[in-house]
Design a protein around this ligand. Structure first.
Ligand code: DAK
Length: 270
């Protein structure tokens, strides 16, 4: 099923397009577009981002989505001006985290293509994606401490799981920014590339993923993410059930038959 409504909506803070991968499924592209404020994540922008990501997730013609900003900033955090006068009760009633939680529920892989600042909520948004391709100019940080708060959209959890306690503590307690190479070595970033190539590289990775059997891709993503929630025992059980489930797909039969017949598999996504 290819529902394309996410492509035709009148967005104010993002740009949305799809890329034809010739033969493979398409790549969805969502670009944060508030350049004057370094893509600060206000409520409207986050509403649009989540709607667009969910749109691509539903679209049967899409295999993978890339989320990006611009050269200067992926996103310099949540919009501070929007939070500056808010109290705890107002923040609670706004319930913005419910929207962020929907990103975690996406079935298809999302790749963050990061250049420039990825700070606070910007770093958290990139970490909500499944992989991060970073320009060598990228700067990651959780500077909330300098505003009298702490990361609230997963920073203390996802960062710690990705780079370990020692470095996460340093980043979160000092608010300092760290470069792409350092974050690659720490395990946050999948790949660091030339400043002019970060988007191209992310799109190439997305194209490759979009050319794989869809159900296997989705269950692989789900199984990896489960490892964060489950004990090794339960995680292995979960993985095994997904493994067995894939033996019910046409793509499993096609993939193995194609190997035996020494030809390219033709995936059906079923
Ligand atoms: N919010 C609002 N505006 C921002 C912004 C931000 N986070 N970051 C930059 N801007 C605006 C600046 O105010 C400036 O606007 P004008 O003054 O021109 O009107 C414009 O972007 C350009 O910024 P600068 O002039 O400061 O540019 P520089 O190159 O000199 O400096 C910088 C770049 C990134 C070092 C600096 O802009 C900076 O420190 N920005 C703030 C970084 C920061 O503290 N980020 C963390 C914010 S707290 C939540 C989910 C998540 C969060 C909270 C709640 N819920 C779901 C409820 C996350 C919280 C955060 O991220």
């Amino acid at each position: 099923m290819s529902d394309k409504t996410h492509l035709s909506k009148a967005y104010t803070s993002i740009l949305v397009s799809e890329i034809d991968n010739k033969g493979a499924l398409k790549t969805g592209l969502v670009q944060l577009n508030r350049p004057d404020v370094l893509n600060a994540l206000n409520i409207e922008l986050m509403k649009e981002v989540v709607e667009a990501l969910e749109g691509f997730d539903r679209d049967g013609e899409t295999g993978c989505t890339v989320l990006t900003g611009n050269k200067k900033a992926f996103a310099a955090g949540a919009d501070i001006k929007e939070m500056a006068d808010a109290g705890a009760v107002e923040m609670l009633l706004r319930d913005q985290f419910a929207r962020w939680d929907r990103i975690r529920k996406l079935k298809k892989p999302v790749i963050a293509a990061v250049s420039g600042f990825a700070l606070g909520g910007g770093c958290e948004l990139a970490m909500s994606c499944d992989m991060i391709i970073a320009s060598e100019s990228a700067k990651f940080g959780q500077p909330e401490i300098n505003l009298g708060v702490i990361p609230g959209a997963g920073g203390t959890q996802r960062l710690t799981k990705a780079i370990g306690k020692a470095r996460a503590m340093e980043m979160i307690l000092t608010g300092k920014m760290f470069g792409a190479q350092e974050m690659f070595e720490a395990g946050l970033v999948t790949k660091v590339v030339d400043a002019d190539l970060y988007l191209e590289e992310a799109l190439e990775l997305a194209r490759e993923i979009a050319s794989k059997p869809t159900i296997a891709v989705q269950l692989a993503k789900e199984s990896v993410l489960k490892s964060f929630d489950l004990t090794i025992e339960s995680g292995l059980e979960h993985e095994r059930k997904n493994f067995y489930l894939l033996f019910a797909t046409e793509d499993k039969h096609e993939g193995m038959k194609a190997f035996v017949e020494k030809r390219r598999a033709e995936w059906k996504g079923k």
